[in-house]
Structure formats: C-alpha cells, structure tokens
Design a protein around this ligand. Structure first.
Ligand code: FAD
Length: 287
C-alpha cells in the first residue's frame, strides 16, 4: 500500500524508523526488535540507507522485505542519491519493484570526503523528479524545522523544500527537534509558502547524553535549557536518564497530538523498549 493513502485516511500516521545493522550476521538480531515493533501496529516502518556501496543498499532492501513479508507492516525505503548515477538508481528502483516495495523516502544524502559524488542528483528534488516521472512509487522527502545545517537562511531552505514538494514529494518527515514551538512555527511557515502536504514530526527519544549531544551537533537541533538540565542531572544514572528521555519524548508527542499533528515518526534507534514504552504511554491519546 502506498503510504500517502494512509495520510489521506488517518490522522495521526504513526511510524518507526530502524537501521540495518552493520554486521551481516546481525540482521537476525533485528528480528527481536521487529517482533516488538510490529506488535505495536505502526502504520509503516522506515529503513535507513547508508550512503555509498551496494552492500548497504542490499541490507536496506533485505530488511524492508522482512518487514513486509514476515511482519506484514508496510516498509518505506530511505534512498540517498548524491553518490549514484541514474543507471544505479534505476537498477535499485527496479529491484524494489520486483519485491513489491513502493514507498521511498527520497534524499540527497550527506556530503562525504570518502565517497565521490556523481553528477546527476545534486539535490533530493532531482531524485524526486526522476522517481515521479510516472506514478509507480509513493515518494516522501525530509524537512528541517530548524533549517538544514548547510542552508544559508530559513527562507531559502523553505523555497528549496517547496521545490521538493513541487517535484512530487507526497509527504514530509521532519528532522528531530526537542522544542515543539520550533515545529509549529515551521509548519506555519510551510503553509504560508504554499507547501500543503502532510508533515510528520520526527521524535528522537533520548537515552544517552553523549550520543544526543553528538547527533544534535551534526543535525543542528536545539536542546532546550530545561531538557539539557535534566540530561546533565542524570547523566551518570542510566536508569534515571532513560526514564527522563522517555518522559520528555512522551510529553512532546502528547502536545503534538493535542495540536493535531499529521504524523509521528519515532527514531527508535533499533531499541524496541523505547518504542514499546512510548507507544503504550500514548495509546489512549491517539483517538
Ligand atoms: P536536500 O533536500 O537536497 O537539501 C540539502 C541542502 O540543499 C539544503 O540546505 C537545501 O536547502 C539545499 N537545496 C535543496 N535544493 C536546492 C536547490 N535546488 N538549489 C540550491 N540549494 C538547494 N541520510 C542518510 O545517509 N541515510 C538515511 O537513511 C537518512 N534518512 C533521513 C531521514 C530523515 C527523516 C531526515 C530528516 C534525514 C535523513 N538523512 C539520511 C540525512 C540527509 O541525507 C541529510 O540531512 C542530507 O544532508 C540532506 O538530505 P535532503 O534529502 O534533505 O537534501
């Protein structure tokens, strides 16, 4: 099923994000995670994509197939394009079709000194335009409530986001954020800019102070002072930090649900306990 149909028929659309494990033999360990994630009945599960190299592509497809065939949940494939030419992308999408995988989160991907860029897909919108030449795939795009880190300013970033939607992105998934007001401001600005597709809110439950500080420095999300204080207070108490991280993410989600968010996209970090705790905490709030 194309995920865009879910956004037409349901609000909020609930999704989880997982990544393929680095070691080949660890793919079976993801089963433990998928057992629990699928029992929570999300609308879809997305699988990330490591830029560069065919082994990465294959792992993403293999995991997405398991989600669909074994767990009967709709998967969405992340696909980065900066390091591939048209032939490679078309070969990849042909394989997706052969496996009945029709939902793609189309991305540019991060620039890297290690992997050479190809001269075909400079931005996600180039990939989206290519994928949407016909109607085989449902295509989503990424968006950044606090602007993309490379962006010169917010207005230019919004113009570029509009290009992505005009190219055919049917819904958007946001980068993680920790201050809901930033998300609400962003959604309002997108609507003023004429971007009218659903925008799912990306929520990252924090369970490790060092890990989140590294991620935040990479993606540019702001950690509110109140939350930073909580993390500092409990940084050496693993159990307390876990509870604090769950409580903070849950309160963000409840607030988003109260404000009629289109979707919640949970960055699970392959930790099923996180998804289970949060889903159980909000099950009566999703009405
Ligand atoms: P784009 O939309 O192309 O934007 C990149 C930059 O270029 C922005 O600053 C934008 O303003 C600018 N820009 C866009 N179009 C134009 C234009 N026409 N002219 C000038 N400037 C322009 N990375 C992975 O490697 N694997 C993953 O699985 C993955 N999953 C992700 C999932 C989500 C929900 C999100 C939010 C990000 C994910 N990323 C992933 C990270 C993503 O690849 C990076 O953030 C990357 O730097 C940008 O990708 P994009 O598709 O948003 O790029």
């Amino acid at each position: 099923m194309k995920i865009t149909e879910k956004f037409k028929n349901k609000k909020p659309v609930i999704s989880f994000e997982i990544f393929p494990p680095k070691k080949d033999d660890a793919l079976k360990n993801v089963d433990q995670t998928l057992e629990i994630l699928s029992s929570l009945n999300p609308d879809y599960i997305s699988v990330t994509f490591g830029a560069g190299g065919s082994a990465n592509k294959n792992k993403t497809i293999e995991l997405a197939r398991r989600i669909k065939e074994v767990y009967h949940i709709e998967p969405m494939i992340h696909l980065t394009s900066l390091h591939y030419d048209e032939e490679e992308i078309h070969h990849f999408t042909k394989t997706l079709e052969e496996h009945g995988l029709y939902n793609i989160l189309a991305l540019r991907g991060d620039k890297s000194d290690l992997v050479p860029e190809k001269d075909r897909y400079h931005y996600a919108s180039d990939l989206i335009e290519d994928l949407k030449k016909d109607d085989r795939f449902c295509v989503a795009g990424a968006c950044y409530p606090e602007s993309h880190p490379e962006s010169e300013d917010r207005i230019k970033d919004l113009h570029n986001l509009k290009r992505k939607v005009d190219a055919g992105a049917e819904f958007l998934i946001s980068q993680m954020f920790f201050d809901n007001l930033m998300y609400y401001d962003f959604v309002e600005a997108t609507r003023i800019a004429g971007i009218n597709v659903p925008i799912a809110a990306g929520i990252m439950p924090v369970i490790n102070k060092r890990q989140i500080e590294r991620m935040v420095s990479l993606c540019g999300a702001t950690l509110p002072e109140k939350f930073r204080h909580m993390l500092t207070k409990f940084e050496h108490n693993k159990e307390a930090l876990f509870d604090v991280g769950m409580a903070y993410a849950t309160s963000q989600i409840v607030d988003l649900l109260v404000n009629d968010v289109d979707g919640i996209h949970l960055y699970t970090m392959n930790n099923p306990v996180v998804a289970e705790r949060i889903t159980n905490a909000i099950k009566n709030v999703i009405v």
